[in-house]
Write a protein that binds this ligand. Structure first.
Ligand code: SD4
Length: 326
């Protein structure tokens, strides 16, 4: 534990360029990673809604399918589930009662697509996929993203369920906006997959922070913030208060740390260290998941009670993340 703390204090990137890095990132440190299961195919995703998402993604990988198809199929499960109140259909709305969605997807070639501030479409991840596959762009936002989705044949739907509406009405009584510490334990889904070929892809989709300002966009649709993949190195995704992730471009940072030799666990810890260094972290939760090409993974959060689903070695299970605050 003291090693982890001192690692965080020093900061991996602070060492880059000083030639200390290769020593710091020796295999000796990597062995301490409690999460260093190996092997692929694998799927990893945030929170409990990751369990059924992993199953859908693994179905594709087991049949020899591509990671990019697996990540899309996986996150569509919570997107369509009204009980998952922070993703897609049934997501909690903004202050004005609008469900606005953010999503991004990235494949093993570095291709990516994203939608932000999208309304009325149940599967923003599939719209993001179409942005990636069928346009020269990376991001479409708001009205333009909706127009594009409708042109592509996605149905226009009312995504505000009775249950979510009731919660919003309750909130309206006091209209108190505070960053949420994920007390509900079902949040943005970030999902990373490593297929049988050893290729990595990722997806991230959310209705964002509940009661947010209308028009607010979080980290989840921003490539490099909410999710990032570099097939030479690994992938990372984020959950939690998006502003903190955006300020540190967390997923890109973590993948770059792995490129420098950090294990996924070390890289996630440094990602969180960047946040707690400069931001008031006591009232916000952020969690990172990362994988590398070997099928090793890491997870770290500011607060305890971030958990994630790992499907690897024929077993799908929930794991509690390590955290900065104990
Ligand atoms: C956002 N990161 O919009 C998302 C929401 C989330 O825990 O993950 N909340 O900021």
């Amino acid at each position: 534990m003291s090693n982890r703390r001192s690692f965080i204090k020093g900061g991996v990137l602070g060492m880059v360029g000083t030639a200390i890095l290769p020593k710091l990132l020796s295999p000796k440190i990597e062995k301490k990673n409690p999460n260093s299961n190996k092997g692929f195919p694998m799927v990893i995703s945030t929170w409990e809604h990751g369990m059924p998402a992993n199953v859908a993604a693994m179905e594709i990988l087991k049949g020899g399918g591509k990671a990019i198809d697996a990540v899309e199929a996986g996150v569509k499960i919570p997107e369509a589930d009204p009980e998952s109140m922070s993703v897609g259909f049934g997501g909690l709305p903004d202050r004005e009662g609008n469900v606005t969605l953010d999503a991004c997807i990235m494949d093993e070639t570095g291709n990516c697509g994203s939608v932000s501030f999208l309304q009325h479409i149940k599967h923003p991840i599939s719209v993001a996929r179409k942005v990636m596959d069928e346009t020269p762009h990376v991001m479409l936002s708001g009205e333009g993203a909706l127009q594009f989705a409708l042109q592509k044949g996605f149905p226009k739907e009312d995504l505000l369920t009775e249950k979510a509406k009731k919660r919003w009405k309750e909130w309206l009584k006091e209209s108190k906006y505070e960053p949420i510490i994920n007390v509900e334990n079902h949040d943005t889904i970030g999902l990373l997959a490593l297929d049988k070929r050893g290729d990595i892809s990722g997806a991230c989709t959310t209705s964002g922070l509940s009661w947010k300002m209308h028009g607010r966009v979080g980290d989840s649709p921003v490539i490099g913030a909410g999710m990032f993949v570099d097939n030479e190195v690994g992938g990372c995704c984020a959950t939690g208060v998006g502003e903190a992730v955006l300020k540190t471009l967390g997923s890109f940072l973590i993948v770059e740390l792995m490129r420098q030799g950090a294990s996924p666990q070390e890289a996630c810890e440094e990602g969180i260290a960047r946040i707690v260094k400069n931001q008031n972290y006591t009232d916000m939760q952020i969690g990172y998941l990362a994988i590398n090409k070997k099928g090793e993974h890491g997870a770290y959060a500011v607060h305890p009670w971030f958990n994630y689903a790992l499907h690897q070695g024929g077993k799908n299970r929930m794991i509690d993340s390590l955290s900065y605050l104990k």
